[in-house]
Structures are given as C-alpha cells and as structure tokens.
Design a protein around this ligand. Structure first.
Ligand code: SF4
Length: 324
C-alpha cells in the first residue's frame, strides 16, 4: 500500500535537517522526534512549532537547529498556523507564483499547545482538506515554564508546581486524556492517526512517512520521556520509552483508512502472545512517582489492566468503562 516503507536503519536517509545548535536537555526524546521527522520529510518541508520547550530550546537568539524553514506560532495557534501555511502554499501554486510540487507542512505542539488550549485549533485543522501533519510531542507536562501539570500528566505524578503534601499525597487524580481516540472518533474523514514513542525509531519514522504520503490532515501522538520533568538519569530515556509500551501503559497503534492496526509489542499484548510487564517497573524508575505507596502502585496497575480487560477497543477506546 505504501511504496517506501523504511524497513531497517540502513534505509534511513543520512541527511539531517534538524541538527546541532539546539539546547534541549541531555536525553531529551522530543529532540529525537524532531530529528526523525525532519530526516523523513526531507528538504521540501516547512516546520511550524507552537510555543513549548521545543520552541524555547531550538531558537535561542541567533542560533537554530532547523535546516528547513521554521515558523513559530503562539501556544494555542498550531492548528490555525497549519491550515494557513497549507492554504497559502496551495494558493501560491495555483496562481503560478511558486513551482507546483509537494511541500510537507508539519506542525509540532506539546501538551498545552495541542492537547489542552490548542485542541480546538487542531480539531479545526482536521476538518479541512489540506495536506498537513500535526505531531503532538507529549512530555506529560508544560516544560517551557519549569514543570507544570497538564491534561497529559499521568495520575499521581508530581510536578514542580504540584508537590505531594501531608494532607493530600496525590495531587493529580484524573487519568491522562486519550487524544488519538478523540481525533479518530471526532473527525470521520481522517485517513491517518497514530501513537508512537521515539524508543522505537523505525516505528516513529515510518508513521511520519505514512502520514505524509497519505496526506490530508493527519495526526501523530508521540510519548516522549523527559529527564527533566520525569526526574531520571538521561541514560534511561529509551528504556522508559520501551517500558511504557511493554507495560501496556502506552499502546502503539495506527488508524489507517478506517482500520485500527496495533504495532508490536502492543499487537502481541492485545492478541495475548506477550505478557505485559508490571507497570511498577516503569513508575519506580522516575522521581516524579517517588511518593507512591503500595496502594498507589496497585491503583495504577488496576487502571492499566482495565484498558485491556474492560475497554471497548483494548488500550484505545474506554467506551465500556463509561457506559458501565
Ligand atoms: S524539558 Fe523535557 S522535553 Fe523539554 S527539552 Fe528538556 S528533556 Fe526535552
């Protein structure tokens, strides 16, 4: 179905379009997502970035890591900027002002810029027939202003603005929002949406490539381990990414032309071939959960178990738990 799927690391383009000059933290997985997307998309690409830590880190005065054109948009403006950029390209080509050729428009936005205050604009962008890809880089906090809680912050995680107290140990009580299912359910004509995490580079690059090849408005949600906000040694970034999938907490899947496809190892978990690791293995490695008691670990595990035992579509659609 797709002509040029990247099968091994040897097939990955050597050229870099997101290169040195950025100031992300050591071990930053969001920086890997930027690198992958620029590599796969190639030089005929415009990157649009909403305010977030990846904006702050990549555009220090007089330096930038972007080799391709890059535009900054306000925190809630990523959807509008994506539409505007795609529409402008189409109009300029129609009027003969620029050469007619495929130009990728890729927007990246973080928790606040995509899943919270930027969500209405992102949803609007999904309702028009323009070619654009929106990438939600999810470090589970608002990190350009230190570490602040967002709707993506997991249950119980402490942030620098919400420390556990003596009267109330768990400050974040609500479960993390599921963004891709919202996008799929709410935008019937969308042809491609997916989850990924940069610990699986081929998975991430193939999903970016597929989204760009399929075209139309497309969406990818990447879970990006963040040493600063999650409080762990940067050497464990990839390990935490794989654990998020192996524990079942972060299912990998793609929605292609109306079909849901699970990707390994999530496919094995859903089909019962692979046993989920205890979620505790993932939580214990992060300082943001250091206040957890046995009861908290058990509650967290119960919630993850329910994703596979009680949800309408395992790990994706929590409809049954809502109507029970
Ligand atoms: S705060 Fe987290 S996501 Fe932001 S640059 Fe640092 S490691 Fe990356």
């Amino acid at each position: 179905m797709y002509k040029s799927i990247i099968k091994t690391m040897k097939d990955v383009p050597l050229e870099e379009f997101y290169t040195s000059g950025h100031r992300t933290c050591q071990g930053c997985e969001s920086a890997m997502v930027m690198r992958y997307l620029a590599k796969v998309a190639g030089p005929r690409t415009i990157v649009v970035g909403a305010t977030g830590c990846m904006y702050v880190a990549n555009t220090t005065y007089y330096t930038t890591s972007w080799v391709v054109p890059w535009v900054h948009t306000q925190l809630g403006g990523s959807g509008a900027a994506a539409l505007g950029t795609s529409a402008a390209l189409r109009a300029l080509m129609r009027k003969g002002k620029i050469k007619e050729e495929p130009i990728n428009v890729i927007v990246f936005c973080g928790d606040l810029g995509c899943a919270d205050m930027g969500l209405s604009g992102v949803s609007n962008a999904m309702t028009y027939d323009y070619n654009l890809l929106i990438v939600l880089y999810d470090n589970e906090s608002s990190a350009n202003t230190d570490i602040q809680e967002t709707s993506m912050t997991p249950y119980g995680a402490q942030t620098s603005f919400s420390r556990p107290g003596t009267a109330r140990r768990i400050m974040k009580r609500r479960w993390k929002k599921s963004v891709v299912p919202m996008i799929i359910a709410g935008h019937r004509n969308i042809r491609y949406a997916a989850t990924t995490t940069p610990a699986y580079p081929l998975d991430t690059m193939n999903k970016i490539k597929k989204a760009l090849e399929i075209g139309g408005p497309t969406f990818i949600h990447s879970l990006d381990p963040c040493p600063k906000g999650w409080d762990y040694d940067p050497m464990y970034s990839h390990e935490l990414g794989t654990l998020s999938v192996e524990t079942g907490l972060w299912p990998l899947y793609e929605f292609v032309d109306g079909k849901l496809i699970y990707n390994e190892p999530t496919k094995g978990i859903v089909e019962g071939r692979v046993k989920r690791k205890p979620v505790r293995e993932y939580l214990e490695k992060q300082g943001r959960f250091s206040h957890f008691t046995e009861e908290d670990y058990e509650y967290f595990q119960k919630m993850v178990d329910e994703m596979y035992t009680s949800w309408e579509i395992p790990g994706v659609m929590p409809i049954k738990s809502v109507i029970k």
